[in-house]
Design a protein around this ligand. Structure first.
Ligand code: PLP
Length: 412
């Protein structure tokens, strides 16, 4: 099998947009395969940041001067782009956050504190990243609610035949990942949200690994909340967004207090703005939002279907080549996975593998990938993960295989 991509996109030209990919690491050309942790940034996003700081920088929503209104237009324009990108009904359904983690914490606090009581159930899955797990455990500790986990099968998929057993009327929210960051599994988001709705539970989709990699439309999926991080999809770090259905967001109290989120304040108390502003206390990450808007423009110019086709072809090819290596075991489903592949090698511990391949300029990730409970269930100390994005190439996969062969020789 060879890498086969029928999108017609000139990926080699697109790769040129990423200056860092020309970097030498330890005297060798960089092979960056740690995209699930954070993606690289195209020149267009860096230019948008420079342009903002050179021509529009000021605080938003406050000043009555020209630069402040430019900054406000840029910030609110980015919110509209995020709304369109996710298929939200309006920009008011988008709250800017620092990323996925902050989005989950926002919902767990603003919604969860007021809505849960002892006996209620928060349903997660066994494949959740710590950021879609720990905030719910903390909420359970505050409210007396219980956290339960839909099991993962030996093939690395959700045990959908057990969904009815777990999704009882006691479940008040079902929060799950769209694409697993350690298994690569793509979960049937729309089906899971429909099932949650049937029992009267809200749904929250963790789109950290999907928002920049495939089409994601909140109305087609039917989720109540969705969270994602900009830095995994070409935008700067420190910016992301929470989508929430408008009437739902409007019904929630704020979770952080401060400037920007109030209607009026007296010494006795305060009243709050409507959503999304009541959830954005203090000066927001204005340049980050502008960078996220630029990243969305960049990704949309390529097309999310094309990106998904490219990543899928590359991950299929990688699996095929990895199968040539004796003593290497790939986790997760064989087909229909996101653009990442996690594996263990009999030869060495994931940390040793990752450190060793770095000598050759190959950036992988080794460890538990913020999935400690899942690794414990799988009886693994962790895995080594190669995660792809649209600028990765078939020859980089070939280089990965060569370097893993070196690993086998070195640790034999
Ligand atoms: N959820 C998933 C599935 C992830 O892969 C990650 C990051 O790797 C996160 C959540 C957390 O994202 P962030 O650290 O950007 O908040």
């Amino acid at each position: 099998m060879t890498y086969a991509d029928s999108s017609g996109v000139d990926w080699a030209r697109i790769r040129e947009d990423f200056p860092i990919l020309r970097e030498q690491v330890r005297g060798q050309p960089l092979v960056y395969l740690d995209n699930a942790a954070s993606s690289q940034k195209p020149r267009a996003v860096m230019d948008a940041l420079v342009e903002f700081y050179e021509h529009s920088n000021a605080n938003v929503h406050r000043g009555l001067h020209e630069l402040s209104s430019r900054a406000t237009d840029a910030y609110e324009g980015a919110r509209e782009k995020v709304a369109r990108y996710l298929g939200a009904a309006c920009a008011e359904e988008i709250v800017f956050t620092r990323g996925t983690t902050e989005g989950v914490n926002l919902v767990a606090n603003a919604w969860g504190n007021a809505s849960l009581k002892a006996g209620d159930v928060i349903l997660l899955t066994e494949m959740e990243h710590h950021s879609n797990l720990v905030p719910w455990q903390m909420l359970a500790a505050r409210t007396g609610a219980q956290v339960r986990y839909l099991p993962v099968t030996a093939e690395g998929e959700l045990a959908l035949e057990e969904l009815d057993t777990f999704l009882t009327p006691a479940v008040k929210i079902f929060a799950f990942t769209h694409i697993s960051n350690s298994l690569g599994t793509i979960n049937p988001a729309a089906e899971l949200c429909r099932a949650a709705k049937k029992v009267g539970a809200l749904s929250l989709l963790d789109a950290a690994q999907s928002a920049g990699h495939c089409p994601v439309n909140v109305r087609e999926i039917g989720c109540d909340f969705l969270v994602f991080s900009g830095h995994k999809m070409c935008a700067p770090t420190g910016i992301g967004a929470l989508y929430g259905r408008r009437e739902l967001l409007d019904s929630l109290p704020p979770w952080h207090g401060g400037g920007e989120m109030i209607s009026s304040v007296t010494y006795e108390g305060a009243t709050f703005k409507s959503a999304p502003y009541r959830f954005e206390a203090g000066t927001p990450n204005i340049a980050g939002a502008v960078g996220l808007g630029a990243a969305i423009d960049y990704i949309e110019a390529i097309g999310r279907e094309a990106i998904f086709a490219h990543d899928s072809a590359l991950v299929d090819y990688a699996q095929e080549r990895l199968a040539e290596l004796p003593g290497l075991h790939v986790l997760g489903p064989r087909r229909g996975r996101g653009g990442l592949v996690s594996f263990s090698m009999d030869a060495a511990h994931p940390h040793d593998i990752t450190t060793y391949v770095d000598r050759f300029g190959v950036a992988l990730r080794g460890g538990h990938h913020c999935n400690q409970p899942l690794m414990r269930k799988l009886r693994l100390p962790g895995t080594t993960r190669a995660s792809f994005y649209f600028y990765n190439t078939q020859s980089e996969v070939d280089r990965l295989i060569e370097v893993l062969q070196e690993v086998q020789r070195f640790f034999a």
